[in-house]
Write a protein that binds this ligand. Structure first.
Ligand code: CP3
Length: 354
């Protein structure tokens, strides 16, 4: 099966990998698996190389980015690498004063709240993130047939950090601006869509095999608000990376009521958190798209037999989908036992082969 790649399907060394085949909804030798936040604090080798180096500084060092991206591939034998960076890296690169505080997340010195503030959001030029181009080049050379996933933050999730000034439970200032000044909101999201599109295109041009758009906090929105106030900007991002021959993944948390719209934005693969079983998710998303997910990351703290039983449930529900990439329903929690992840990768591979 498989056949010749269609127009605009990129035939790199990873073309026949289980991950890219599943994204294209083709038959696979085993269910591919990778984990959001697979590189990071759960790994002792990560904590060691990051010691004394600030998060955002590490993202600007191609040698470190390469090493950290490869760590979970070596250790867990996952089917894809995800580029080590952060969703706020392109915002830092256009000169915004922001930092990532350990245990907190991104913090913005001067939040964006008025039309005058918009001027600080200039377009991203590829050269602003030359270190990303360099690191992706180093990585694809090392990875061979293992695909590299590039990523970016979606306009809504980035807007929330910029408007709130940091992580937020209720996104109240964000919603106040969205409802109270729709023109400013639209222009803000449009600028962010442009920055995000450039950031993804840089990673694709340098050799990334797929891209994931993280709209982590979109689940805070009702469907009608998502459709009116967020979907146009996310669609602009997906349109900007269409036809480049790389699958596009769209992910958010708590998005059960948004899955159909998130597919409509232009994704080839829709990421699902653990709250909606994958068969039901595929029904909501509709035909022509693969799904990614969706084991609860907290299940990894239970005994291994429980992890296996829960992973089996995910694999069973996925039989009713057109294509499945196994993942967690959100990122690896920092105190997760890395051995539990390695065992889970083995289990998914062997069980899905049988
Ligand atoms: O392995 C991977 O998944 C690739 C690396 C990656 C990071 N951030 C590295 C990181 C990815 C894909 C991200 C995306 C990201 N960053 C998202 C979307 C994904 C999601 O989880 O919903 C969001 C919302 C952010 C913003 C952000 N950056 C948060 C909330 C945090 C955690 C703060 C903390 O300390 O708890 C960060 C920091 C961050 N990004 C770390 C890592 C490994 C931890 C920093 C450290 O190790 O010191």
């Amino acid at each position: 099966a498989g056949g010749a790649p269609g127009p605009g399907v990129r035939r790199g060394p990873a073309y026949d990998s289980a991950f890219l085949r599943a994204c294209r909804r083709e038959p696979v030798p085993h269910t591919p698996v990778w984990f959001m936040r697979q590189a990071g604090r759960s790994l002792p080798e990560y904590r060691q190389v990051r010691e004394g180096i600030a998060m955002l500084d590490s993202c600007m060092r191609p040698d470190l980015v390469t090493e950290i991206t490869l760590q979970p591939v070596r250790r867990h034998r996952v089917d894809a690498a995800i580029f080590f960076s952060d969703i706020v890296v392109p915002l830092k690169a256009i000169g915004l004063d922001l930092d990532i505080r350990p245990g907190v997340g991104p913090v913005v010195a001067e939040p964006i709240r008025s039309r005058a503030d918009l001027e600080r959001l200039r377009p991203l030029e590829p050269d602003d993130v030359h270190y990303v181009t360099e690191a992706v080049g180093l990585l694809t050379a090392e990875l061979g047939t293992t695909p590299l996933i590039g990523f970016a933050g979606a306009p809504f999730t980035l807007a929330s950090y910029l408007i709130e000034g940091g992580p937020s439970r209720n996104h109240e200032r964000t919603k106040a601006l969205m409802y109270g000044d729709p023109d400013l909101w639209r222009d803000l999201l449009d600028r962010l869509a442009g920055i995000t599109a450039t950031f993804l295109r840089v990673q694709i041009a340098a050799g990334a095999s797929a891209v994931q758009l993280f709209d982590s906090w979109a689940g805070a929105l009702a469907p009608q608000d998502y459709r009116r106030s967020v979907l146009p900007a996310s669609t602009k991002v997906f349109d900007a990376v269409a036809g480049l021959g790389v699958p596009r993944i769209h992910f958010g948390v708590g998005t059960g009521e948004l899955l159909h719209l998130m597919g409509q934005a232009g994704a080839d693969v829709v990421g699902v958190d653990w709250r909606v079983p994958l068969d039901e998710a595929a029904r909501r998303i509709g035909p022509g798209r693969a799904v990614q997910g969706n084991l609860d990351p907290a299940v990894l703290f239970a005994p291994h037999q429980v992890v296996q039983a829960k992973a089996s449930e995910v694999l069973l529900a996925a039989k009713a989908t057109e294509g499945h990439v196994f993942n967690l329903g959100h990122g690896v929690l920092p105190t997760t036992d890395p051995d539990a992840l390695t065992r889970l990768v083995d289990f998914v591979h062997t069980t899905s082969q049988a």
